[in-house]
Structure formats: C-alpha cells, structure tokens
Ligand binder design. Structure first.
Ligand code: ATP
Ligand code: MG
Ligand code: MG
Ligand code: MG
Length: 497
C-alpha cells in the first residue's frame, strides 16, 4: 500500500480553506524573539495573539496556514512522551483556520466535518466530538449551541460533554477565552471497537483514540478579577495536528508510520543497520522490555528531535547555554545519547539527517533547504563537542547506580550537578537515564548547586552568552536570513572551545 504524501494532504487542507475565502499565510518562524512569555511558538494561534488581544487589526478576516510548533518547555511540554508514545512530538505542524470577528461556530463546525469526511474521507463512525459541559464557578452554562450543531452531522452517542480543562480554552490568566470543541478519531481494529466503544477512550491517552482537531470559539475575556465578560467580536481559532491527520488518512496506527516520518526512519535504520519494527511500550511510563522496543524508541526519538533541532537552527536559534538555546542543546544531547547508547553510533550522526528532512520539506519550509550546509555544520560541531564527554559521563552514571540504590534509589543533587558541569549532561538527560535505571534525581539539590555556581561566576556568565560566534567569510557582515529566502549567505561558525 502506498502512503498518501504529506505534501498532498497538507495542500488539501490549505486549498479547502482557500475555497472558503481564507487567505493562506506562511508559517511564522518557530523561534520567538519578542514575547517574554514564550520561547517558541507552541500553537498556531501564537503568531496571531495581537489580533485577538486587539493590539493590532488582523490583515484578513479569514486566515489559514500550517504553523511549525514546539512543545518542549513552559505550559506545554510533551518531551517526556516523545518516542515512548506514537502521537506526541516535540516539533509538529499545526494546521489552522481563523476567523477574526467573522464566521463563528456554525461554519467552523460544518467545514471541519466537510473537510474530514468529504475531502479526507475519514469514516464518520470513527469520529467523536466534544462540547463544553459548563462550569458553575464561572456561571457558564453548557455550550448547547455546539452540541446542537454537531447533531446535524453525527449521532448523540458520538457527541460528548467535556470539562473546563479539555473544553474551555484560555490564552493566559487574563485575556480572550472561550469554549472549544475537539474532534477525536478511533483508529483501532473492528474487534477492539466492538469490545470497547471509542467514546469510553476519548481523552484517555489511548494511542489509537486520539484528538486530531481543536476548534476554539473565543467569545469571552477573562479580567484580572477572574470574572468573564463578552468580547465585542467573536473569533474562531482552530488547530489540527498534521502528523495525526496523516496517521488517520493513511489508515496506520502511529504518526511514525506516515510519509512525514518514514523517509527519516528508513534513512536512520539503513545508516545504523537496525530494522525499525514500530513497537512501543504498552504505557508511556513503561520502559522497553525487548531489544526491538529499545531501538524503535531511539529511532523515533531521533526522527522527532532532528526536526526540532534543524528547524530551530534554521529559524535563527543556535544551541547555547542559556534560555531557548539551552532548550535546543538539551534536545540535541538527548538525541545524541539515544544514538550512542541504543544504536551504537559513536561518531557524529544526527547531522546526516538534515538533507533528508530539508528535501522532504523543501516546498513548504524552504528555509531549511536554503541553509542545509549551515545547519549540518552547527549540529555536527555540537555532536563532536558532546561525544567527547558522553562516554565518561555514562560510565560515571553506571558506577553510581549501586550507591544510588543504597541511597533510596536517589541520585543526589551534587552528583547530578557534577554530571552537568563536567560531562555536559543536562539535568533532564540525567533524569531520563535515571528513569531507565529505576532511579530518581534530587532536582532541588541540583538547582541549589547550580545557583551556588552562578554566584561564583556571575561576571563570566554575563559576558559569555553563547558558545557560537558567527563570522562571515566575506567582508560583508552576515545577516540572519529567515525563511522565504532562496539562499543563505556564506556563514562560518566558530565553536568556542
Ligand atoms: P493532547 O491532548 O493530545 O496532548 P492538546 O489538547 O494538548 O493535545 P491542543 O493544544 O488542543 O492539543 O492542540 C491542537 C492539536 O494539535 C491537537 O488536537 C493535536 O492534534 C495537535 N497536537 C498537540 N500537541 C501535539 C504534539 N505534542 N505532537 C503532535 N501533535 C500535537
Ligand atoms: Mg497536550
Ligand atoms: Mg487534549
Ligand atoms: Mg486540545
């Protein structure tokens, strides 16, 4: 069976909303430079925040796009799930359509249904939808309008009430908010569906009964005193996980079995000489029990993380020891360690994946193709630097295992700090390896040690913000070129040793 291509499925979404009067815009860069509350774009609406807040007028009343998103820090952090489950990624594309004071619930619901069932031909019997059940504290009644609208398209046993956590969206402590309706799909076999109805598994972390699309109806504003007032205009904000949509239209049981990930996975498997079997632990919290599970997790983690690493670098965020740069370095080191420990890659490896990804994404995100050599160079240098200490650090951790077990299965803060300071192990990497060994880490103790060290070297910290210096190989100063440029200027990077 040949898989539907990512390019075609993405285009169908954009064409569909263009046919409904939407203006199609390119994805904003994944790296956020001017918002103190956010390091990376984590949802399709984030670049449009100002329109919802009324700080700027929206240039079009209807917009649709695919937005590169990252969920690795702050309120949304899916890092721990990645590789262990089959439908959360660090970087993913969020397809979205927006109405700024234009259409509202009726059209949004009708179009969502039309797209999924007429265009993508998803089985209506496998779709479940939710509506907000109301909240006494907020004096909000159930969103019966949404419930009624869904009755035009599906049966009552597939229309489920949902609580404030899942079905009432808020931008922050204050600001625009409103009820939402989610669309879930049940991709289990007929036998499994006959045994347990899909409705019982909605929002229950089942890997084949997953949320694909969230449609938010912004009609309120949350004030500082926590009360709600009606907004002067009503807006629609929707987000559909593209990789999950690909899983649904491909009729497979994992995002990794789609055309989005298969080119990367096949490349990794061939390079390292290990077959990909597509196995996963029964629960996200379980450790792999077979060698196949172990290598499959590593392959998924690497296929996932390389997207995050490559796109953030292409969008202007270099790995470093602070803030967003450190988030990227941590993810990169996590991927290096999986390649090293589970796939026996003792030499730089991740950088080889960049051309595969760049080719795959060249039409929709040309910024990566334009900077392939540059991005590869940064990643390879990072790999070289970390591989120098990785093996010794891992040995140190192995040696610790016994004493940690004697110490209540706990790695103390001082040791975790030493691993970070001497061997370049970010805390979350130590925690991950500890988790695999059935140990925990004293994170508070680690933070204490870190604070002490910061005090000691405050001056150095303030001047040295980054490990990378960028110099031009021409007389011209290199300017960062973001996406939609055909080629990046020649840039030479020097890694501070
Ligand atoms: P979930 O409950 O599965 O974690 P969510 O409710 O956190 O999803 P939303 O914030 O509603 O997700 O985002 C809109 C859509 O984006 C979701 O319906 C889903 O399809 C997709 N999505 C969310 N998080 C991820 C992720 N980490 N990887 C891939 N797709 C995601
Ligand atoms: Mg989530
Ligand atoms: Mg959810
Ligand atoms: Mg949701």
């Amino acid at each position: 069976m040949s898989l539907p291509t990512a390019a075609a499925v993405r285009q169908q979404f954009l064409d569909f909303f263009a046919s409904k009067g939407h203006h199609i815009v390119p994805s904003a860069p994944i790296v956020v430079k001017d918002d103190p509350t956010l390091l990376f774009i984590n949802s399709g609406m984030a670049p449009f925040k100002d329109y919802f807040l009324g700080n700027k007028p929206a240039p079009y009343k209807r917009i649709a796009d695919t937005q590169k998103c990252l969920r690795v820090s702050g309120k949304h952090n899916d890092l721990e799930e990645v590789g262990y489950d089959t439908y959360h990624h660090t970087m993913f594309e969020m397809l979205g359509n927006w109405s700024f004071g234009d259409y509202f619930k009726k059209d949004a619901i009708a179009w969502a249904w039309e797209l999924l069932t007429d265009v993508y031909k998803l089985d209506k019997d496998r779709l479940y939808v939710t509506y907000f059940e109301g909240d006494a504290g907020d004096k909000l009644a159930a969103d019966s309008e949404t419930q009624e609208l869904w009755r035009t398209f599906t049966t009552d046993d597939r229309i489920l009430p949902g609580n404030k956590k899942d079905n009432f969206w808020e931008m922050g402590d204050t600001g625009p908010c409103g009820p939402c309706t989610e669309i879930h799909i049940d991709l289990r076999s007929e036998e499994e569906r006959a045994a347990t109805p899909g409705r019982d598994l909605v929002n229950a972390d089942h890997p084949q009964v997953v949320e694909v699309w969230n449609n938010v109806f912004m009609e309120f504003q949350r004030l500082a005193d926590k009360s709600l007032v009606k907004l002067p205009a009503q807006h629609v904000d929707t987000g559909m996980g593209f990789e999950r949509l690909m899983m649904a239209v491909s009729g497979v049981k994992s995002n990794y079995d789609t055309d989005v990930f298969q080119p990367l996975i096949q490349f990794i498997a061939k390079e390292v000489g290990v077959e990909y079997h597509g196995t996963a632990p029964a629960k996200v919290t379980d450790q792999p029990t077979t060698e196949n599970e172990k290598t499959d997790i590593a392959i998924r983690v690497i296929a996932d993380h390389i997207r995050t690493i490559a796109f953030t670098i292409a969008d202007g965020q270099l790995p470093s020891n602070v803030k967003a740069g450190y988030v990227i370095r941590r993810i990169l080191r996590r991927a290096v360690r999986y390649a090293f420990s589970s796939l026996n890659q003792k030499q730089p490896f991740l950088f080889k994946l960049v051309p595969v990804l760049a080719d795959q994404m060249r039409n929709i995100f040309p910024e990566l193709k334009a900077q392939t050599a540059f991005v590869q160079r940064v990643i390879e240098e990072e790999e070289i630097a970390f591989l120098k200490t990785l093996e010794t650090g891992l040995r140190r951790l192995d040696a610790l295992e016994e004493s940690a077990r004697a110490n209540g299965s706990h790695i103390d803060g001082k040791t975790a700090f030493e691993l970070s300071d001497t061997f370049g192990f970010p805390l979350d990497l130590t925690a991950l390896i500890a988790r695999e060994k059935g140990l925990t880490v004293d994170e508070e103790g680690f933070q204490k040690e870190l604070a002490q060290q910061k005090n000691r070297s405050r001056n150095a910290q303030e001047t040295e913000q980054s490990d990378w210096t960028v110099v031009a190989d021409t007389d011209e100063q290199p300017a960062f070129v973001g996406y939609d440029h055909d080629s990046a200027p020649a840039r030479i990077l020097r890694y501070r040793k």
